[in-house]
Design a protein around this ligand. Structure first.
Ligand SMILES: [Zn+2]
Length: 213
């Protein structure tokens, strides 16, 4: 069975490459293409950003692409079936949980998860209650709280560790989200031993979970 599926692999001819970069729907029923770096496969007509040619694999069917462990693109639905929305948002959330200390833009998520920025933002917010960018900020501020309570790191060091290139932006955002500055937050909890224990435990848990993911 495996052999017969594998034999169907097609070559990336110049004609097929042209169809991919020009989103040519005339080829939609002739082949599908996968992108090695993202693990996602698409119809030729898909409007997602053109992949690098060397990362493209050509498939004769969705079955073959899935057999090769590629996932169907959410945008062009090359297997004719939609990924359930919750599952899609779950994948995006897991990605953010792992990468929130890096730069994450809506555009980058949109590329990675194959949905227009508008659709992605709207869907994410409908299910999670916050936009992807707000979700990233929340992750970072939670991590910052743990750093403030558990380490002696300076604000500069903490800002850097949680993905902010500017300390003043970190302080502004922290203040906006917690109604106090990072320095006040640290001093307040350090000066209240009883409360501190509880808070620290729950924060530590949260922080450990972040690090472990
Ligand atoms: Zn696609």
């Amino acid at each position: 069975m495996n052999d017969s599926i594998q034999k169907k692999e097609l070559q990336l001819t110049d004609e097929r490459w042209q169809a991919i970069i020009h989103n040519d729907a005339a080829f939609d029923h002739q082949f599908l293409y996968g992108v090695r770096t993202t693990g996602i496969f698409c119809r030729p007509s898909c409007k997602s950003r053109p992949p690098k040619k060397e990362n493209v694999r050509i498939f004769g069917s969705a079955t073959q692409a899935i057999y090769e462990t590629f996932r169907p693109c959410k945008r062009c639905k090359p297997n004719g079936a939609q990924i359930p929305t919750e599952e899609w948002v779950d994948q995006i959330t897991q990605y953010i949980d792992k990468h929130y200390v890096n730069t994450i833009t809506l555009e980058a998520l949109s590329d990675q998860f194959h949905g227009s920025p508008y659709h992605l933002q709207r869907t994410f917010k409908r299910i999670k209650g916050v936009t992807p960018v707000e979700y990233v900020q929340r992750k970072r501020i939670n991590a910052a709280k743990a750093y403030l309570l558990e380490t002696n790191k300076s604000l500069d060091q903490i800002a850097l560790a949680i993905g902010f290139s500017s300390t003043s932006y970190f302080v502004t955002l922290f203040k906006k989200m917690t109604k106090q500055t990072p320095t006040h937050f640290r001093r307040f909890y350090m000066s209240m031993p009883n409360i501190e224990d509880d808070k620290e435990d729950s924060l530590k848990l949260q922080y450990t979970r972040n690090k472990g993911s």
